[in-house]
Design a protein around this ligand. Structure first.
Ligand SMILES: *[C@@H]1O[C@H](CO)[C@@H](O)[C@H](O)[C@H]1NC(C)=O
Ligand SMILES: *[C@@H]1O[C@H](CO)[C@@H](O)[C@H](O)[C@H]1NC(C)=O
Ligand SMILES: *[C@@H]1O[C@H](CO)[C@@H](O)[C@H](O)[C@H]1NC(C)=O
Ligand SMILES: *[C@@H]1O[C@H](CO)[C@@H](O)[C@H](O)[C@H]1NC(C)=O
Ligand SMILES: *[C@@H]1O[C@H](CO)[C@@H](O)[C@H](O)[C@H]1NC(C)=O
Ligand SMILES: *[C@@H]1O[C@H](CO)[C@@H](O)[C@H](O)[C@H]1NC(C)=O
Ligand SMILES: *[C@@H]1O[C@H](CO)[C@@H](O)[C@H](O)[C@H]1NC(C)=O
Ligand SMILES: *[C@@H]1O[C@H](CO)[C@@H](O)[C@H](O)[C@H]1NC(C)=O
Length: 605
């Protein structure tokens, strides 16, 4: 079957949550616009089966673990292996290509924070160009779903909003006409850095989240005039860290001015969560309580329309899975599905673990509303342990309806900062640690995010995974998770997380074919399955390539049942590193002399 027929088959399938209406982060001629794509799009089709592996082990020895290393590709098998007792136990995973089309994908990524901007601004130009290529370029992680902080967060060295209007954060006077609004200096530094990301990649979906509104928009019980929900002057040290809805009009203007200011720096924002973690108001760092009722009123009384007028979608909630009624109330309180609230955003920090099945409930209630996992973080990861934080908070949200997922801070210095001296995360690890003006380190999270962001394209369709694809207790080990998307070229990207404790011999049923391979112990493994082979039951030829004109026609097929091959697993069960391929240096040092050349080369791709 030809690629174009495969295309047609899939592109007529009904997808509940389409991402077609989402904008891209490009404006006029200041950035390269439109999807630049990567492997799995029409311009870069997957032609042979491939496998990429990242070890979860946080190694103490450099270069001893696999980091996006190419592994033995899965093999298209001619007959389903038998599962008799004489065979090695295997894991049967079924991608429901017939009926399982789910949501479209936007992408995977991280958050721009003040820490990220300040450490990147210490890099020399060529090293900055290289790190942006590593994060956003087609030769790097190709991230397509990025958050950024509006004003300060706990990953900021200073506390501020864009309109403090007073001596410092939380201590200003009401600025009713927002005449003191300004994104200087930190907001413009962030917009300037994000614009550079746009130059590397024009189709990143970018959404903003504030950690606090200006202090003067909050309740302060000591200073509220009787019967007037308006502070009456004086000191505004915050005793009650809640939004005062008397300032809804001001906040509509605040957010509109922020979007417009970023545009003037060449950055189109595509989405807004009205408040980061609206139920968390007790930190010493910037935070604020915003009730579901106030959030809905803010959106309904101007914010939703002002954002839609600017091409920005509203993403409700932005907090943990343990209060799922919050986003439901916001959708219902803003005109219902398809009106002013476009998406629900979830974080991973519910105790003891996130229960992402609430996203399936939300999808049942609001089948056309997008969902995203918008924040999760590693905290002080220890060498010698396994890191499944990324995969265990990317795969389950997607299988329960998320169109994208983002880890927290993109980059820090060597001390997990700069961060707020007043609390918040003092041990959050990003994808990048900047060591000096020409040296940075790609962490295990970098490679783990890459297992997703490199291989799942904008507009890919997530498919339901059946059989033994998703198993295990979310509270510990014995987890095997699978997500499968069909990319725009018709190929499939299948991401599997093996925290089961042993190599897993997998037989993947997809289209008409069965694919067999090993997902090694303690890894996240991504398989790419070419579109040509999906409907072809002839098997793979000896050189590992496919004849796309052959289709499913003719040829004799072996029907004898065999055990799944165990060759690759037997060698890897002794040590997970036998298949080491590109031995990657996790520290990236660029000598200043050659960097200009590398910087120039970048624009060729
Ligand atoms: C670095 O880049 C900035 C902004 O593009 C430019 O103004 C500056 O001249 C560059 N510096 C060097 C040494 O190339
Ligand atoms: C903050 O003030 C508001 C308005 O007076 C009140 O409804 C709310 O309960 C207070 N919150 C806290 C945490 O004291
Ligand atoms: C997770 O949430 C679902 C509702 O979506 C509930 O049925 C289930 O019991 C919850 N699981 C746990 C472990 O709390
Ligand atoms: C950079 O910092 C990271 C994190 O502290 C550290 O693991 C790495 O060894 C450092 N690299 C260099 C070259 O100093
Ligand atoms: C899987 O890896 C863990 C951690 O390295 C190790 O303790 C365990 O023995 C491995 N299991 C098998 C079956 O190799
Ligand atoms: C197998 O692959 C080789 C190399 O691409 C090709 O020349 C040959 O025609 C293929 N054979 C079949 C039967 O597809
Ligand atoms: C592909 O298969 C067709 C049908 O069997 C055959 O005619 C053609 O020569 C093959 N092409 C290649 C490149 O192997
Ligand atoms: C790690 O691998 C890289 C690339 O092969 C090499 O340049 C570097 O020297 C290696 N580092 C160590 C500590 O072996």
């Amino acid at each position: 079957m030809s690629r174009s027929i495969v295309f047609a088959l899939y592109y007529t399938s009904v997808v509940a949550q389409s991402v077609q209406h989402l904008g891209v982060s490009c404006i006029g001629s200041t950035q390269q616009c439109g999807p630049r794509g990567g492997i799995g799009d029409g311009a870069h089709p997957v032609l042979t089966a491939q496998s990429f592996i990242t070890d979860a082990l946080l190694s103490t020895t450099p270069n001893s673990t696999r980091q996006l290393a190419s592994g033995p590709p899965p093999v298209l098998i001619q007959a389903l292996p038998s599962s008799t007792s004489s065979c090695t136990p295997r894991r049967d995973i079924i991608i429901d290509t017939a009926n399982g089309a789910q949501q479209e994908m936007v992408g995977f990524g991280h958050a721009w924070t003040d820490s990220t901007v300040s450490v990147f601004n210490t890099l020399d130009n060529a090293t900055l160009a290289q790190v942006l290529e590593d994060l956003f370029g087609q030769s790097g992680n190709n991230m397509g779903f990025m958050r950024h902080t509006i004003g300060s967060s706990d990953l900021s060295g200073e506390q501020y909003t864009y309109d403090d209007n007073g001596p410092s954060f939380n201590e200003g006077e009401p600025d009713l006409d927002l005449s003191h609004f300004s994104i200087e200096p930190y907001g413009s530094a962030m917009a300037g850095m994000i614009a550079k990301m746009g130059a590397v990649k024009g189709d990143v979906f970018l959404f903003g989240s504030p950690w606090s509104y200006p202090g003067w928009t909050k309740f302060n019980d000591l200073f509220i005039a009787p019967n007037l929900n308006v502070p009456n002057g004086g000191s505004y040290n915050i005793l009650n860290n809640s939004f005062n809805p008397a300032f809804i009009l001001q906040m509509v203007t605040y957010f509109s001015k922020y979007i417009d200011a970023f545009r003037s720096h060449g950055v189109q924002v595509n989405g807004l969560t009205p408040m980061n973690e609206p139920l968390n108001y007790q930190g010493g760092y910037p935070c604020m309580y915003l009730s579901d009722v106030d959030a809905a009123n803010l959106i309904a009384q101007g914010l939703g329309q002002a954002m839609h007028d600017r091409g920005v979608i509203i993403m409700a909630y932005d907090h943990n899975t343990d209060q799922p009624v919050y986003p439901a109330r916001v959708v219902l309180g803003t005109g219902g599905e398809g009106a002013l609230t476009d998406a629900a955003a979830w974080h991973c920090y519910a105790s003891p673990v996130a229960n992402y099945s609430v996203m399936s409930d939300f999808k049942t209630m609001f089948p056309n509303t997008l969902q995203f996992m918008t924040e999760c973080s590693n905290y002080l990861p220890q060498s010698g342990t396994w890191n499944f934080e990324v995969a265990s908070n990317f795969i389950p949200p997607v299988t329960h309806g998320a169109s994208g997922a983002a880890m927290w801070v993109t980059a820090t210095d060597e001390s997990y900062g700069p961060h707020s001296p007043y609390g918040g995360c003092a041990g959050c690890l990003g994808s990048i640690v900047v060591n000096s003006s020409n040296t940075y380190t790609r962490t295990n999270d970098y490679y783990m995010v890459g297992q997703f962001s490199r291989f799942v394209r904008r507009g890919a369709v997530n498919y339901q995974v059946l059989g033994e694809g998703n198993e295990g207790d979310a509270r510990g080990a014995n987890q095997f998770y699978t997500m499968a998307v069909q990319n725009p070229d018709g190929s499939f990207a299948v991401v599997m997380m093996n925290n089961w404790g042993s190599d897993q011999d997998v037989v993947l049923e997809i289209g008409q074919g069965h694919w067999q391979g090993t997902v090694p112990n303690g890894t996240v493994t991504t398989w790419l399955i070419p579109a040509e082979a999906l409907w072809w039951d002839q098997g793979q030829n000896a050189t590992g390539t496919y004849n796309s004109t052959q289709g499913g026609a003719g040829g004799s097929v072996s029907t004898s049942a065999v055990c799944a091959t165990t060759a690759s697993s037997s060698s890897q069960s002794t040590t997970s590193t036998t298949a080491l391929e590109p031995v990657l240096d996790t520290t990236h040092t660029i000598a200043s002399v050659i960097t200009t050349v590398m910087g120039r080369r970048k624009h060729v791709a």
